[in-house]
Design a protein around this ligand. Sequence first.
Ligand SMILES: Cc1cc2nc3c(=O)[nH]c(=O)nc-3n(C[C@H](O)[C@H](O)[C@H](O)COP(=O)(O)OP(=O)(O)OC[C@H]3O[C@@H](n4cnc5c(N)ncnc54)[C@H](O)[C@@H]3O)c2cc1C
Length: 218
Amino acid sequence: MLAGGAYPAMMALGLLKSAPAHAFNLEGTGKGKHVIILGGGLAGMTSAYELTKLGYQCTILEARQRAGGRCWSIRNGSTNLEIDKPMATAKFDEGQYFNAGPSRIPHHHELTLHYCKELGVPLQVYNNVNEGAYYFAEGKGPLSNKKIKVREVHNDIRGYMTEMLAKSIDHGSLDGSLTKEDGQRIIEYLQAEGGLDVDKFYKASARRGYTRIAGGGG
Ligand SMILES: Cc1cc2nc3c(=O)[nH]c(=O)nc-3n(C[C@H](O)[C@H](O)[C@H](O)COP(=O)(O)OP(=O)(O)OC[C@H]3O[C@@H](n4cnc5c(N)ncnc54)[C@H](O)[C@@H]3O)c2cc1C
């Protein structure tokens, strides 16, 4: 929470410099010098890339079988081996992939965007929220095995919940139309949605924001 909130807040207040928008302008010559870099993640590979421009001979020592470090797009046939587990192999349709590490490059990560441009890395638009997307759940129940728009789900939940609240105020007529099981399900939903505790009390939580505003001067 701190990293997510304090970092942009500090940049907005001018207490922290954002990443440079252009490549490092390193000077000097590395001719005849050999550098060993530990780790072939973004930092190691970028260091090698920039130092090579100055004439250094660079060798990256990477502990894993692949380069990229935490940056890892799993594609059909990608393998992963963890201690005490059998080798896992991804079985995806051709062209499908899953970013197991980073997937978002915010607009203010200008240095990363600079390298994407310089190295010709193709980028795709990333949607955090898409009300036009579909939910699809396999299994049992009246809503399973069909596509339902996120927008419809959100508005139906709001509509049905308010309908029930209106009925419950209207002379307890809710009791007549709810089974015990349905009532229990609704209580569970309300606890999750509203952040209620086990006794069904709402006590303000971190969901509503910081008690003390994060960032410099907060
Ligand atoms: C799940 C997840 C989601 C993320 N999402 C985002 C995102 O959306 N946007 C974003 O900007 N950032 C995101 N990040 C952060 C981002 O992935 C990292 O900041 C970045 O990849 C770090 O790069 P690095 O080169 O510093 O380290 P790493 O990628 O960790 O690279 C270190 C490398 O060094 C190797 N190594 C370690 N020790 C040795 C050794 N002794 N000898 C040899 N090799 C060694 C490791 O195997 C590894 O390959 C995410 C991270 C994770 C895990």
